[in-house]
Design a protein around this ligand. Structure first.
Ligand code: ZN
Length: 168
């Protein structure tokens, strides 16, 4: 088990911005102990939750933090959860993905249940099915490019890839 300061150093070495409790509103000191470590991948709007030490277990600290990250339009990832925490996440629909180019950088990262894998770029994204998403229009556009495409197919390509496909 690596110490919090070593985990933080490892994140900085990858060019990521380390966040400790109190640094950002999504990681308040009221909820998290000092040894908690997170980091931000700025250009991808990702928050990596690396070492989570709630002040009070089962008091909703993680739920609040995840909601705040999502409200910022960022995606929370949970890095290398261990033991019962990993089992809990999988039961809640989180997806475990092994990443890293070599042994030294290999890690298991958990993706939240509301994101899906883009079939075009293999990146995870959150389908934009909010009030502004016009189901009929999206389907009609998609079917011009892919005759016979179904509505479900529209959500398996992320926005940037969708734009690229439509321009081709
Ligand atoms: Zn994509």
């Amino acid at each position: 088990m690596m110490l919090p300061k070593h985990l933080a150093q490892k994140e900085r070495a990858q060019g990521l911005k380390v966040v400790r409790p109190g640094d950002r509103a999504f990681l308040p000191r009221a909820d998290w102990r000092r040894d908690t470590v997170a980091s931000i991948v700025e250009d991808q709007a990702i928050v990596r939750l690396i070492l989570l030490r709630a002040k009070v277990e089962r008091s909703g600290a993680l739920t609040r933090t995840l909601a705040r990250i999502r409200a910022l339009g960022m995606m929370p990832l949970i890095v290398e959860p261990i033991g019962s925490f990993a089992i809990h996440l999988r039961a809640k629909g989180w997806t475990a993905i092994a990443t890293g180019e070599d042994i030294e950088h290999a890690e298991i990262v958990y993706y939240p249940p509301y994101v899906v894998l883009c079939e075009h770029c293999c990146g995870f994204f959150e389908p934009t099915r909010d009030d502004t998403w016009d189901e009929k229009k999206a389907l009609a556009e998609y079917q011009m490019k892919f005759p016979g495409a179904k509505l479900e197919d529209c959500s398996v390509v992320c926005d940037p890839c969708y734009q690229i496909i439509m321009r081709q």
